[in-house]
Design a protein around this ligand. Structure first.
Ligand code: FRU
Length: 500
């Protein structure tokens, strides 16, 4: 019923029924984006892992297709990647889609396997001589193979997450793999388990003569606010070794929310780099209050690189294809929120089903400038720029259904204390506020996407992304701006109702 599905997003990808986690094998071919995903067709909690399959021509309208890779007698079909074998290196024909996944079982452990598709990713044949790779040291956590073509040496590279590091292998034919190097031990947030690698090359600030590699490393646990999160390292890759630009203790987050994980990118998209996160957190993914299905993907986002002082960082922006979803526009003329006063927008849309975008530009001359996004039940998400402490904050403590957070999976004591210290307004592992660093500039731009059970913020051209789940009992449909110790000018304020 409609009521049952009241949290199902409108323009985010979800499975029809059953459980979903990581995006897998993302590949673009002949005008179609293939989104495979960790899938349990038999229940709405994790188990019986398959690769589910959806396909889209524009990254927003998704068609559900039959399961692409089913669990077999070797084990679960865990996460992995796909390539288009343009040069027929594997011998299955030019343009074959070749996919890599981890077969996981108690008996065989975690081993890398291959499958290929000659009908544009619809059906797959598992390679007869699987596995193609096993851990040389018997490592227990050895999974999520990411394969890409390394043009200068005309070879394939595979990155496998191996406990606390990423291991690099190479191959000429996608079948025989040779160990090359490892990266990551001691880098970034400690301690954490590395999962779901990806690595992309991008021009820094659009300069084709200055390209860098970003190694995407999903970690669990390690999120500032508890559970799983995505970090990345920027550096150089010579075909064998990845060398990081920054010291091991430097941490770069791809997203500052709590519901952004297992993020990987589409292969074969030319100059564009498009990443798709799983929009949940292992601390509570299995107990979120939806029925018949669990989990959505966060919005597909385009990654670019820019310099920030001596550092190179990723900018994260929603793909431009989303603009086509704007159905109704509501523009509020510029206004000023005086210190200690409020400015209210009563009704965002007459018939609001909880799927909209807000674009704001602010000039803040205050300690704190923000707004509450509210519904008629007293539930709200509080979003504010804390100029005094240099933080962008999203607080979901009063956002709606939060009580399941009490049953989130706790981690060891030290991690718990850190989390309480890091999170603002910490009540439990769901009811809390997340924050990101805010530059000293007084002018800021915010693009915010709301889709029934999610709020995604993209700040200042993607310098910060923040993705969080919320479960309001009815859609948020009004806004109350506030300003503390100083005034805030809202120079642009546009709402778009979004629909498919
Ligand atoms: C990440 C992950 C992967 C693994 C998959 C299993 O969320 O733990 O490392 O392949 O999920 O479903």
């Amino acid at each position: 019923t409609a009521n049952r599905d009241k949290f199902r997003p409108l323009y985010h990808h979800t499975p029809l029924y059953g459980w979903m986690n990581d995006a897998n094998g993302l590949v673009y071919k002949d005008g179609e984006y293939h989104l495979y995903f960790q899938y349990n067709p038999y229940g709405s909690v994790w188990g019986n892992m398959h690769w589910g399959h959806s396909v889209s021509r524009d990254l927003v309208h998704w068609e559900h297709l039959p399961v692409a890779l089913a669990r077999d007698t070797m084990g679960h079909i865990f996460s992995g990647s796909s390539v288009v074998d343009v040069k027929n290196t594997a011998g299955y024909g030019e343009g074959t889609v070749v996919s890599f996944y981890t077969s996981a079982s108690d008996k065989n452990g975690q081993i890398e396997c291959m499958a290929y598709s000659r009908d544009n990713g619809r059906t797959f044949t598992k390679y007869g001589k699987n596995p193609v790779l096993t851990p040389f040291d018997g490592l227990k956590d050895f999974r999520d193979p990411k394969v890409f073509w390394y043009e200068p040496e005309q070879k394939w590279v595979m990155i496998v997450s191996a406990d606390k590091e990423m291991r690099f292998f190479s191959s000429k034919d996608l079948k025989d793999w040779t160990y090359m190097s490892a990266f990551g031990n001691g880098y970034g947030v400690q301690p954490s388990q590395f999962e779901c690698p990806d690595m992309v090359q991008l021009p820094v600030g659009g300069d084709e003569n200055n390209k860098k590699w970003a190694l995407i490393v999903n970690i669990n646990p390690g999120c500032l606010f508890g559970g799983s999160a995505t970090q990345y390292f920027v550096g150089d890759f010579d075909g064998t070794n990845f060398v990081c630009d920054t010291k091991p203790e430097v941490v770069k987050w791809m997203d500052w929310g709590k519901d952004h994980y297992a993020t990987v990118c589409f292969s074969n998209t030319g100059d564009r780099v498009i990443a798709v996160p799983w929009m949940s957190n292992w601390q509570y993914a299995n107990i979120i209050p939806t029925q018949q299905y669990r989990s959505a993907n966060a919005l597909p986002r385009e990654l670019t690189m820019y310099s920030e002082g001596k550092d190179v960082c990723l900018a994260v922006n929603p793909v431009k294809e989303l603009d086509a979803l704007r159905k109704e526009t509501k523009e509020i003329p510029a206004f000023t929120v005086e210190s200690g006063k409020e400015f209210t927008v009563d009704t965002l849309f007459a018939a609001n089903d909880g799927a909209f975008e807000m674009d704001l530009e602010l000039a803040a001359d205050a300690d704190c400038s923000g707004f509450k996004l509210m519904n008629g039940r007293g539930e709200y998400v509080d979003i504010y720029l804390d100029g005094k402490n240099g933080k962008l904050v999203m607080d979901r403590v009063h956002s709606g259904i939060v009580d399941f957070g009490k049953n989130a999976i706790p981690h060891e004591k030290e991690a718990h204390d850190n989390r309480v210290k890091n999170s603002i307004n910490y009540v439990d592992d769901f009811a809390l506020a997340t924050w990101a660093p805010l530059s000293k500039d007084k002018q800021h731009k915010l693009r915010i996407f709301v889709d029934k059970c999610s709020v995604e913020i993209f700040l200042d051209g993607g310098k910060v992304a923040m993705t969080n789940l919320v479960f309001p009992n009815e859609p948020y449909n009004s806004l109350s701006f506030y300003s503390r110790n100083g005034s805030t000018k809202v120079t642009a304020c546009t709402f778009y109702k979004l629909g498919l």
